[in-house]
Design a protein around this ligand. Structure first.
Ligand SMILES: NC(=O)c1ccc[n+]([C@@H]2O[C@H](COP(=O)([O-])OP(=O)(O)OC[C@H]3O[C@@H](n4cnc5c(N)ncnc54)[C@H](OP(=O)(O)O)[C@@H]3O)[C@@H](O)[C@H]2O)c1
Length: 379
């Protein structure tokens, strides 16, 4: 394999270093905004040098962002090159187009590291579908927020201090919005649900709440209920369509999900024959993530020429069923009292509400109180 890297940052450097130890794969060109010792002789400032080079059979996109990643990936496939990416933003945004291009040009398109970083999640999700039917997926898909919530829970520290430490450790980016607002998890859930149920689950259809306004008192409230606060994603296959949401949840201490420490991820699937299977490990980081990219390259070397599913018809998202109680903390005086089952100061626990009803209430409360915090309560 003669491959080229688009991007030479955290993951690109990791891929380049791991590949040096693997016979049969060579990274012959590297697109980067700056040159350095490791890429002297292979560096280019122009994607055309890679996309127009017939000697290069595989493109590894690890630049991040949607543009120009989408343009470069699509041009690579149109030129008959295999593509591996770790970029969940571009895969979620252009899921159907990428699948269509992969099929049209008969090339491989792999993105295992895009969901779960170093966890072999998408490959196993795709494998488990054979001879079985996936009915549910979900779990903790973002290490940064799990690290922040774990530190707040164990040490009682403020959100801002935990976030600062996450940034110092390289878990959180300078602009942590995608992590703490849940957008990163929403994209991962969109890709995972699309693969799991052989359809297209548009990320825009997934209601998402993050942890930007979480306070130590919210973690205390979870503890008083025998729970741990986690940012989690859940999706279920329904008779018609699917349910999907991303939100903070009070998770009962005895559940495996509650014990996931620090920046670890735990993603699970439930299938009719296999039952529940859980995958846990480093959801980010240079070498774990780069290793998953390299495994995609090795799959291509061994002849894999596909995506994880062939079907991508849009699925209807229906979050109107499966009611549960929800915790709200708000200074708004407009909280509808008829929905309250418990009240304590500025927080309330609701009577059972569907995800749809809970998010409608959140949207209403946000108009008066932008710092309102909501969490589902799992039983
Ligand atoms: N880091 C992780 O643990 C992790 C885990 C899973 C998935 N991913 C995904 O992997 C991808 C890469 O992440 P990363 O952490 O490696 O990001 P990163 O450290 O920011 O690296 C990206 C590199 O690409 C460069 N770049 C951006 N646009 C470019 C362009 N148009 N032309 C040439 N170079 C360009 C950046 O240069 P500048 O810095 O100069 O802008 C940077 O060096 C992202 O999609 C991310 O979501 C990352």
């Amino acid at each position: 394999m003669k491959a080229a890297l688009l991007g030479h940052g955290t993951i690109g450097v990791g891929v380049d270093r791991i590949v040096k130890e693997i016979p049969g794969i060579e990274i012959v060109r590297v697109l980067a905004l700056e040159t350095d010792e490791e890429i002297i002789g292979r560096h280019t400032f122009s994607a055309d040098d890679i996309l127009g080079d017939p000697e290069i059979d595989t493109v590894i996109e690890v630049m991040g962002g949607i543009h120009p990643a989408w343009e470069f990936i699509s041009r690579a496939m149109e030129a008959g090159k295999h593509v591996v990416t770790a970029n969940k933003a571009v895969v979620a945004a252009y899921y159907r187009e990428l699948l269509a291009l992969q099929k049209k040009h008969g090339v491989a398109f792999r993105c295992t590291a895009a969901v779960g970083g170093g966890i072999p999640w998408l490959v196993n999700l795709s494998r488990e579908k054979q001879g079985d039917r996936i009915t549910k997926i979900g779990g903790i898909m973002n290490g940064t927020t799990n690290y922040i919530l774990s530190r707040m829970d164990l040490e009682g520290i403020a959100f801002s201090d935990a976030l600062l430490d996450a940034q110092k450790l390289g878990y959180a980016e300078k602009d942590p919005s995608a992590d703490i607002d849940g957008d990163d998890v929403r994209r991962k859930l969109s890709i995972s649900a699309s693969v799991a149920y052989d359809c297209f689950v548009d990320e825009q259809m997934i209601p998402t709440a993050g942890i930007r306004s979480v306070l130590p008192e919210d973690l205390r409230a979870a503890r008083e209920k025998g729970c741990v606060l986690k940012l989690a994603a859940f999706s279920e296959r329904l008779e018609a369509g699917i349910s999907a949401c991303v939100a903070p949840f009070f998770v009962p201490r005895e559940r495996l999900l509650a014990s996931v420490p620090a920046n670890v991820n735990l993603i699970s699937l439930t299938a009719e024959h296999a039952g529940e299977l859980c995958f846990s490990g480093q959801g980010a980081g240079r070498y774990p993530t780069a290793k998953n990219v390299v495994l995609d390259l090795l799959d291509i070397v061994s002849g894999v020429r596909c995506f994880y599913t062939e079907a991508a018809a849009p699925a209807a998202v229906d979050n109107g069923s499966t009611p549960t109680a929800w915790y709200f903390r708000t200074v708004s005086e407009d909280f509808p009292e008829d929905l309250v089952s418990e009240r304590s100061g500025s927080s309330a626990v609701t009577k059972p509400l569907s995800v749809l009803e809970a998010f409608r209430l959140l949207d209403e409360l946000r108009k008066k109180d932008p710092a309102v915090f909501m969490a589902g309560i799992l039983s």
